[in-house]
Design a binder for this molecule. Structure first.
Ligand code: NAD
Length: 544
């Protein structure tokens, strides 16, 4: 049985290109950045493989230069959403009946396209659409997505193998038909990772599902190019239907549809909770109990023990908190640092943060760029303004911001005397790191504080040299995060190496980039065939 499953190529992580001066990848990316910056494209909905231009248009701009329009996006109305659902339901039979390896081959082809001719295009669009540096775009929209596609294909193979019942006694044959879910999958994606955007609809599709993809209003350009890439790789019409549109309208229609089979969501906790509640309210009219998979917010921590490696800690704080402007669900946004360590590193930390360059990502010397939009800018700067007025807070780096050209916020560090202050416990999703300095002798108490301070449990790090201290932290923080790092920053999970996801308020922990996620998109049918069925209904024990 096992040998009958065709094995795809063994997946390996895509190497990260360096974009060093003079390198071919840098030259190609710069050319593409110039090309995309000098055009305004029309982005349609894509329903059943057809481009639909609705003329209800919004403009997409560069966050770091918000007067610069990069696309005009044709938003779906109610008719388009209903058409997209219908197209996905119509495509279900042919797609789910296709041999799994034929479906998988499409995503392996997509990974090769992205690794090659599409790489610059997708990275450039992620840079100008979401204000990522070339490195942040490379690790997201190229490498992570290539990895998702390659590894998911192999995980699908494992699932199709493993879900076969091991035993068939003679006279019968047991098997498992690993079906997709019945109905359509509603994929709702965040702005901050192009890789996640394409992975949510495609991971369900690999397992034979069809669906509707609602991209974020802040990543239409990169997401549209990814949709086109999947189509170029051979994705049949109707399998994934691309529906830019008003979130509440698209959500209301999809979440109340009787054929909703599943939700694949990544985004904020508040939105996910609302979606879950809407589904619960609509359950009586639904054919199935929809599978609900959601990876949501975080308040990710670094705990530094008095005996930690101080240089490594400084690097982890800076990269963990400020890369991509702190707009990673895994970004380090609170740190608990032993007083002796803080006394040693404070000056160096501040002088290193002061060196951070910030501006247009097309200028490769910038380490940071703008935050995503005005709403986010106002939310983040609100935290900074309140901290500036709070006597328990001291802003020791950054604190300044300017949205005249782009939504720029300087890397801000707030030292908080109150370990429960709002910026120590709430997700800010911007370049703001809050630090609480604790007495060296209170390591165990601070672990308890760390565990209890926030509703989230996504990622976290312990910096310590001594094994007992590491084990103490590991035990005390067992449920405080879904991805735990020892002497490393809490960002940068790699597909196939550290499956990603958190629990508590951070999500359903279905681990993107692992077989656990793909398992949520199947609903096996157990089949028993009997070759010698009984011909007498009576049992021997009935005889006196
Ligand atoms: P968001 O919650 O604002 O939006 C996410 C998606 O939900 C978007 O497509 C949005 O349009 C849609 N949406 C909003 N209201 C809706 C509704 N009523 N019905 C249906 N869809 C609706 O999040 P964002 O700003 O795009 O992304 C940032 C958030 O995502 C942060 O909280 C971050 O922590 C989280 N995130 C989590 C992970 C993870 O793996 N845990 C990864 C990336 C981002």
């Amino acid at each position: 049985m096992v040998n009958s499953i065709p094995h795809p190529p063994t997946p390996v992580n895509e190497p990260i290109l360096g974009y060093l001066p003079g390198s071919p990848e840098r030259i190609s990316l710069k050319e593409e950045l110039t090309r995309q910056s000098n055009e305004i494209i029309e982005i349609p909905c894509i329903i059943n493989g057809v481009e639909v231009y609705t003329d209800n248009v919004v403009e997409q701009v560069m966050p770091h230069n918000h007067n610069h329009v990069i696309a005009r996006v044709h938003l779906a109305g109610e008719n388009e959403v209903n058409d997209a659902i219908k197209a996905s339901l119509d495509a279900h039979d042919a797609w789910s009946s296709m041999p799994w390896e034929a479906r998988a081959a499409i995503f392996l082809k997509a990974s090769e396209l992205l690794s090659g001719e599409y790489r610059s295009k997708i990275n450039a669009s992620t840079m100008i659409n979401q204000s990522k540096t070339c490195h942040q775009a490379e690790i997201d929209s190229a490498c992570e997505l290539i990895d998702f596609w390659r590894f998911n294909v192999d995980y699908a193979r494992q699932i199709y193998e493993d879900l076969q019942p091991p035993v068939s006694p003679s006279s019968m044959w047991n098997s498992s038909e690993v079906r997709p879910l019945e109905g359509f999958i509603f994929s709702v994606t965040p702005f901050n990772f192009s890789s996640i955007a394409a992975n949510l609809p495609s991971s369900a599709a690999i397992m034979g599902n069809t669906g509707v993809w609602k991209p974020s209003r802040n990543s239409y350009l990169s997401n549209y190019y990814l949709m086109r890439l999947m189509m170029d790789a051979g994705l049949p019409d109707g399998v994934i239907n691309f529906i830019p549109g008003k979130a509440s309208m698209v959500g209301d229609i999809c979440l109340s549809h009787p054929m909703l089979a599943g939700i694949h969501f990544t985004g904020s906790t508040a939105v996910f909770r609302k979606m879950w509640k809407d589904v619960a309210d609509n359950l009586p009219s639904m054919r199935s109990y929809p599978r609900i998979v959601g990876e949501t917010g975080g308040k990710d921590f670094i705990v530094a023990h008095p005996n930690c490696d101080e240089k490594a800690l400084i690097v982890a704080l800076i990269r963990g908190a400020f890369e991509f402007q702190g707009q990673k669900c895994s970004a380090a946004s609170r740190a608990y640092i032993a007083k002796s360590v803080w006394d040693n590193i404070k000056e160096e930390y501040c002088s290193e943060v002061a060196k951070i360059t910030i501006g247009d990502p097309k200028d490769f010397s910038n380490f940071m760029s703008a935050v995503i939009d005005k709403k986010s800018f106002d939310n983040i700067t609100g935290y900074i303004d309140r901290a500036a007025k709070d006597s328990g807070c001291q802003i020791i780096t950054g604190g300044s911001y300017d949205d005249s050209k782009g939504y720029f916020i300087h890397p801000t560090t707030i030292v908080c005397s109150d370990a429960n202050y709002e910026s120590m416990s709430e997700e800010i999703f911007g370049p703001v790191l809050s630090i609480h300095v604790y007495p060296d002798k209170e390591f165990e108490q601070i672990l308890e504080t760390c565990d209890k301070t926030s509703e989230y449990a996504l990622t976290g790090s312990i910096f310590a040299a001594n094994r007992e201290d590491i084990e103490t932290a590991k035990k005390a923080l067992k449920y405080s995060c879904g991805n735990f790092y020892i002497n490393d920053k809490p960002t940068g999970a790699v597909v196939g190496q550290q499956p990603f996801g958190g629990a508590r308020g951070s999500g359903t922990n279905d681990k993107a980039g692992s077989p656990l996620n793909l398992l949520r998109w199947v609903s096996p049918r157990s089949i028993k065939e009997t070759f010698a069925p009984p011909h007498d209904w009576s049992y021997g024990f009935l005889n006196e």
